[in-house]
Design a binder for this molecule. Structure first.
Ligand code: CP
Ligand code: NVA
Length: 332
């Protein structure tokens, strides 16, 4: 019997495989209820603080809409406008917010700050992305994978291509190893996750029956992939000076039509947590195009806009899965 009442979610380490499956079932139920117009409000009277030290579209709106749908109220605390970090420590902030709110979402730089919040707030804390982890993203990714194949999660092969040590890749790989997927991190060796992380994931797959590989050659990584996943080449908080090196290291890992075809599977789907640099219609995309002469970065516009792309289903599922976390940890 799964019981997630009052639990924090800072990393996929905080969830067992049955708990992950429970949240995915709950998310699908909540999605169905919303579509049918019969959603029950299980969070009435709850107040949730949303701390964002970094920018966000999906995570912020996912938390806000999920909370409102369920009858809860939210307060957004952005990078400026509160005392956090300037005149007040995270430990003191935790003790203040814990007196007023029923739960706290935190998006920021350090995983340590999320842990301080959890340890001192006395209410559940959810990681909405740190430099190390993006666990709510992974739950949405798993929900989306289930929607687009008939396979069980544990029967799928997922290949993450690109900056394989970033937050999204690390959480995806951790979740995949826990639920028994075949997960491959494919990128240049310079950007592989550290040996300790790799060893932990290997150990998890021994328990779960999954398989974990790190691979530099796309031609070896991609055959048989059900899902090819990528993310930006430079994450929030990393120095702009790194762009040149990342473009040099990661250009061979751009997801192109040819790369998709390496799966040998016409049904392979393309995934991305978003936002994505697939064209020059953003300020950063345009700046990079002018400076480095690349029209797109981690994925071509053709793949992003193509029939295999399920990125907007992923984006929608952020809200359903975040709602499941809120209902499971706080709901009446
Ligand atoms: N995928 C994701 O976390 O998007 P946002 O940065 O828009 O929240
Ligand atoms: N790796 C990216 C994910 C954004 C949702 C970043 O941290 O910027």
């Amino acid at each position: 019997m799964v019981n997630l009442k009052n639990r924090s979610l800072l990393s996929l380490d905080d969830l067992t495989a049955p708990e992950i499956r429970y949240l995915l079932r709950l998310a699908a139920e909540l999605q169905g209820a919303k579509m049918a117009g019969v959603e029950q409000r299980r969070l009435e009277g709850k107040n949730i603080a949303l701390i964002f030290e970094k920018d966000s579209t999906r995570t912020r709106t996912g938390f806000e809409v999920a909370a409102y749908d369920q009858g809860a109220h939210v307060t957004y605390l952005g990078p400026s406008g509160s005392q956090i970090g300037q005149k007040e420590s995270m430990k003191d902030t935790a003790r203040v917010l814990g007196r007023m709110y029923d739960a706290i979402e935190y998006r920021g730089f350090s995983q340590g700050s999320a842990e301080i919040l959890r340890d001192h707030a006395g209410v559940p804390v959810y990681n909405g992305l740190t430099d190390e982890a993006h666990p709510t993203q992974t739950l949405a990714d798993f929900m989306t994978m289930r929607e687009f194949t008939h396979k069980h999660l544990s029967g799928m092969k997922v290949v993450f291509v690109g900056d394989t040590r970033n937050n999204v890749a690390r959480s995806l790989a951790l979740g995949a190893a826990k639920i028994g997927q075949h997960i491959v991190l494919c990128g240049p060796q310079e950007l592989w996750p550290d040996a300790g992380y790799q060893e932990r994931l290997q150990a998890l797959t021994l328990e779960s029956g999954g398989r974990f590989e790190v691979q530099a050659a796309p031609g070896l990584a991609l055959p048989g992939a059900d899902f090819i996943y990528t993310d930006v080449w430079l994450s929030m908080g990393e120095a702009k000076e790194k762009w040149a090196e990342r473009i040099r290291l990661l250009s061979p890992y751009r997801v192109t039509r040819r790369m998709m075809a390496l799966s040998g599977n016409a049904h392979t789907k393309f995934m991305h947590c978003l936002p994505a640099f697939h064209d020059t219609e953003t300020a950063v995309g345009l700046e990079i195009a002018r400076e480095f002469g690349v029209e797109c970065m981690e994925v071509t516009d053709e793949v992003f806009e193509g029939a295999s792309s399920i990125v907007f289903d992923q984006a929608e599922n952020r809200m359903h899965t975040i709602k499941a976390i809120l209902v499971a940890t706080l709901g009446a």
